[in-house]
Ligand binder design. Structure first.
Ligand SMILES: [Ca+2]
Ligand SMILES: [Ca+2]
Length: 261
């Protein structure tokens, strides 16, 4: 992974505006949900190149292994990493270790001390730019062949992708998930498939949170599909990951003051 992508590990500390989550949860696909998902994605994609991070606390989970909370020195926790052993030295064990790529950003948006948004790292994805989409090489199909110029254009548009789990009503359980959605025709990622944790209602939303299309689970249940988009479910049970992180946070005695809202 190149240096620029590693720098994305040190993602944004500040979320402009910090859109509030509606206390009543709002409509299933209301603005509160999509605003939070869009804000989380922006935080993940921001390149702040911070290097003054430190492990705050580690806890061991029987299913996931060591869960380490990472904060900016003397600042709040932003990142959580999953690894075989607790992370002690970030430069050695996390940044310099290609195996330690399981991590996410966490937020406590309603300030009750429990993590209610998880923005989990997938890896570099080809993200459709807002303009000049006409020059993008096609990435769908069984055999994709790119010229050198097309490969350079592709690398230019690779950004870290994230799936998200969201507890929008603050009851401690994830109620919405979001997975990056790509165009079936071109293979370029454009927005999100947002799905309620209970039930099958699915909606494709753009990067600005605007709703685009309804989607449904594919027949094998692994993907979410609409007429023009498809989204892979990157985690079998995203809610369980959020639960594990909250269990580790309790063990670490982290409270509202330790998280970003
Ligand atoms: Ca919370
Ligand atoms: Ca909930």
């Amino acid at each position: 992974m190149n240096r620029q992508l590693w720098n994305w590990h040190f993602a944004a500390l500040a979320l402009a505006g910090g859109s509030a989550v509606a206390a009543d949860g709002g409509a299933v696909f209301g603005r509160a949900v999509t605003d939070v998902i869009v804000a989380g994605a922006a935080a993940g994609e921001a390149d702040r190149s911070r290097e003054d991070w430190e492990p705050a606390c580690s806890a061991t989970n029987p299913q996931y292994g060591a869960i380490t909370f990472i904060r900016r020195k003397r600042g709040p926790v932003l990142m959580v990493a999953i690894s075989n052993a607790p992370l002690k030295n970030l430069k050695r064990d996390f940044i310099g270790n290609r195996n330690a790529q399981d991590w996410g950003l966490v937020f406590d948006r309603n300030g009750d001390g429990r993590i209610d948004q998880l923005v989990y790292h997938i890896g570099p994805l080809p993200i459709e730019p807002d303009n000049s989409v006409s020059n993008l090489p096609p990435l769908s199909g069984d055999e994709v062949r790119l010229t050198r110029e097309q490969m350079l254009a592709l690398l230019d548009h690779m950004k870290l992708g994230f799936w998200q789990a969201l507890d929008s009503d603050g009851d401690g359980r994830a109620d919405h998930y979001a997975f990056p959605a790509k165009r079936k025709a071109s293979g370029w990622y454009r927005g999100w498939a947002v799905i309620a944790a209970q039930g099958k209602a699915c909606r494709i939303v753009g990067r600005d949170g605007s709703e685009v299309e309804d989607c449904v689970a594919s027949t094998d249940g692994r993907d979410l599909e609409s007429a023009t988009f498809v989204a892979h479910r990157w985690a079998a049970d995203p809610g369980a990951v959020l639960d594990a992180f909250n269990g580790a946070a309790r063990e670490c005695r982290l409270s509202a003051a330790d998280f970003l809202r």
